[in-house]
Structure formats: structure tokens, C-alpha cells
Design a protein around this ligand. Structure first.
Ligand SMILES: [Zn+2]
Length: 436
């Protein structure tokens, strides 16, 4: 049979079924989809491939899904460190954004983020930022998959003057992006403390009508919860519940403040949590009790947040931090084992984004979003268990190849759709402007 690409690998970790590692197998890709997964010998006998890849020291796995990003904020990486969330936002990030935000900022910042994500094995990102039209345009240009957040705030920014204007722009962009093969959208009201009830209700109504998820920061810090209690007598999650937002269409990012009753409520309503451990650690925001949430049956995905609060977009690093932190928070070394961390970075992300029929595991029929990690480095030897090496020991420089929908976007560590030299010049120019 004819196929576009056959990839022979030392190990294939399909993620579904869980904890399976296939040895000396091949993944067969045709027209952007996985059409077979079988022993290498059989693949050689059965398939005539246009391209054949041999990866004798590599593990092949589904691409990482970064379930919470602000891609363009990569241009603000390292500009204001070591501050708590509200001081960081109000006195540093928001004023800088007010001064510099525009199409060029978002274009160049997004390119930097996409380059970094592809180099680290991320094949899909779930974004929330101003000028989402530009983020989408750059994702399309470089071939990465993305769920683009249609941002909503109460207050005016260069993107829109009030919540009605944000929502009108969101609807226009939703229409414009329909039919894009790799791009889908979410409604992205920023947070309970920046979006009032009326626009949240409007977003909910549109989300139901258009079958589009809602992506929002919730319970990021204790301060957020205390402030809401002081202002309204309600915790933000209770307010969202009363507005009718808690459902499997909701992606609640951060969730560092959770009572046992709230965990039960999230499980019951099917809300997805997007855990961003490194951003939470860096801003001293608090800890999401991930072990307890997973045990309660909540789907927990993983995100880096923006590079201004992380400061990298490294999903391998994020998985390791998530696994380690969960053990410390639960006081239990068996909380979030390596496989659970890998699921959070792949299939759980796909479920949270509503894309699990399409991506998140190497299963026949799904899109060929695939990465290869070279384990033949001293740092990942000996190899008793490839999953353990990937989660606990590998670094992102070991990601050698990335395919999105069968397209080879990273080839032996070379990006095929981005010019790094040109990108560095643009970033240098932003560095000068932003630090002036
Ligand atoms: Zn965020």
C-alpha cells in the first residue's frame, strides 16, 4: 500500500492505551493522518512510502499540547521577574502592553513562541491574547495547530473599547477562521475579576450556540478569591456556577485555591482544569491540588502560561515540574506518576480543548501530530523505562523531529517554516525598544 511517510522508531509511546511502549514499531502517515501503527518488519513489507524515516534511538510520541499560553508575551520574557501577580500585572505587564501592543508586537512575539514551542515538541497551543487574528495568522503561516482565544475584557485596550466591542470582534474572527484545518477558537474572557456578569452571560450564550469552549483564568491566587469575597461575598467559582458556566465546555486555568467541595463540584460538572505549575510557582500564586483533582475524576491538562511568567514554553520541563510538585503538595510520592504527567501534556490537553477525536495520542485515524525524542544521550541512559526518562530526565534539546498533520515542521532540529536568523533580528529590535 502507498503512504506518504513511514517512521520507524526504537520506541513508540502512543499514550492511548496508557503505559504502553511499543518497541521496533512504525507509524504510517498518509494525507496528514495516522493510518497504521505496526511492527517495523510488517510495515516494510506492507507499505510503499514516499518518505521513510529511521529513528533508531528515539521515542515517538504524540506532540505536546500546551493548554494555556499567551504566545506574544514571549517578547516580555525576563522584563519583570520575581514579583507577585497583581504587582507584576498592574505595575509592569499592563503598562508595557499599553505602550507597545499592536499587530507587529503580536506577530513577532507569536513567531518567537511558535519557534520555541516547535523546538520543544509542542504541536498545539491554546492561546489567549490581544490581536488573536494575528496569532491565528502566524500559526497558519508556520503550520502549527492552535486553539485561538477570542479575548474579552470589561476595560478598553487597543484591541477593543468595551465588552460589546470585544464580543463583536470575537464573532467576526470566529467566522473568519471557520474552515481553517488547524485552527479552532475558544471564547476567552480573561478572568472573573476583569469580566463582569453581563459579558460572561453573553459569552456563555454564544459558546452554547456555536459549540465553542470557554477559556478563562480562575482562582489564580488567594488574593483573587479574598477580593471577590470582600466585594461580593462570593468566591469566583461560585459566581461562575451561578452564571451557569460550569460545564465540560469550560477550561478553568490555574485553580490554585480549591476547597474539597469545589473539587467535587468541578468533577460533577465536568469542568477541565489547566494546571500551570511553573507560572504558579514563579508568581507564588499557590498550588493546584492536582493529585486530588485527578483522583476525583477531573480532567487536568497542562500549560506553561506566557513566557513572561514562566519563563519558558517548555512542556517537557512543565511535565516534570507538574509531577514533582504534585507529589510534594499531596505528600505522596505516588501522586501524578510519570504516565499521568505525560497524559496531562497530551491526551488530557486534547480533551480539555475538545480535540480528543483529532489529537492527543497516536491512534489510527487521528491527525499525525507526532514528535521524536532522541534518548541516546548520556543524560537519559540507561533506559529501563522510556516514559520515565522522558518525564524525569530528558531535556527539550533532545526533541529532534516534529510533524503536525503529517507536515515535517522540525527536521533534525531544523525548523522548516521559520527563519531563525531573521526572527532574531526582529527580537533584537524589540529588546531595544522595550528596554529604552
Ligand atoms: Zn495566563
Amino acid at each position: 500500500m502507498q503512504a506518504d511517510t513511514v517512521i520507524h522508531a526504537r520506541w513508540i509511546i502512543p499514550v492511548e492505551p496508557a503505559s504502553v511502549t511499543l518497541e521496533h514499531h512504525a507509524l504510517v502517515i498518509h494525507q496528514g493522518r495516522i493510518i497504521d501503527l505496526l511492527p517495523s518488519g510488517q510495515a516494510q513489507a506492507q507499505y510503499q512510502a514516499t518518505k521513510t524515516e529511521h529513528l533508531p534511538d528515539h521515542a515517538l510520541l504524540p506532540g505536546f499540547i500546551n493548554s494555556h499560553t499567551h504566545a506574544a508575551m514571549s517578547l516580555l520574557r525576563g522584563i519583570a521577574d520575581d514579583l507577585p501577580l497583581m504587582d507584576w500585572l498592574q505595575n509592569h505587564i499592563w503598562p508595557l502592553e499599553q505602550q507597545w501592543m499592536g499587530e507587529e508586537f503580536v506577530k513577532d512575539g507569536t513567531d518567537l513562541a511558535i519557534a520555541e514551542m516547535l523546538l520543544g515538541g509542542t504541536t498545539c497551543f491554546n492561546d489567549m491574547y490581544f490581536f488573536p487574528n494575528i496569532t491565528a495568522q502566524q500559526a497558519i503561516a508556520h503550520g502549527i495547530r492552535a486553539r485561538i482565544g477570542l479575548i474579552v475584557f470589561d476595560f478598553p485596550t487597543i484591541w477593543a473599547e468595551n465588552s460589546d466591542a470585544y464580543i463583536n470582534k470575537a464573532l467576526a474572527l470566529y467566522e473568519e477562521l471557520r474552515g481553517q484545518p488547524l485552527i479552532t477558537t475558544t471564547f476567552a474572557p480573561h478572568a472573573p475579576y476583569t469580566v463582569s456578569d453581563a459579558p460572561l452571560q453573553k459569552v456563555l450564550e454564544l459558546s452554547q450556540k456555536l459549540q465553542t469552549p470557554i477559556h478563562i483564568h480562575v482562582h489564580e491566587t488567594r488574593h483573587e478569591v479574598e477580593q471577590a469575597l470582600a466585594d461580593s461575598g462570593k468566591r469566583p467559582l461560585q459566581r461562575l456556577q451561578e452564571l451557569g458556566l460550569l460545564s465540560p465546555a469550560l477550561l478553568a486555568v490555574h485553580m490554585t485555591q480549591l476547597t474539597d467541595a469545589e473539587i467535587a463540584l468541578l468533577a460533577e460538572t465536568g469542568v477541565h482544569i489547566v494546571h500551570c505549575p511553573e507560572s504558579n510557582l514563579k508568581l507564588a500564586s499557590g498550588f493546584c491540588p492536582v493529585g486530588q483533582c485527578l483522583a476525583a475524576g477531573i480532567n487536568v491538562a497542562l500549560g506553561t502560561d506566557g513566557a513572561a511568567s514562566n519563563n519558558d514554553l517548555d512542556m517537557l520541563g512543565e511535565m516534570r515540574t507538574a509531577a514533582l510538585l504534585a507529589k510534594a503538595v499531596a505528600d505522596d510520592a505516588s501522586a501524578v506518576p510519570a504516565m499521568a504527567a505525560l497524559q496531562m501534556a497530551t491526551i488530557n490537553g486534547a480533551k480539555a480543548l475538545g480535540l480528543d477525536q483529532e489529537i492527543g495520542s497516536l491512534v489510527v485515524g487521528k491527525a499525525a501530530d507526532v514528535i521524536a525524542i532522541d534518548l541516546n544521550h548520556l543524560e537519559t541512559q540507561p533506559i529501563y523505562c522510556p516514559i520515565s526518562q522522558i518525564v524525569y530526565a530528558a531535556s527539550r534539546q533532545q526533541v529532534t523531529d516534529v510533524w503536525v498533520a503529517g507536515k515535517h515542521l522540525l527536521k533534525q532540529r531544523q525548523l522548516t517554516t521559520l527563519d531563525i536568523a531573521e526572527l532574531k533580528i526582529k527580537i533584537g529590535s524589540w529588546q531595544q525598544r522595550l528596554s529604552a
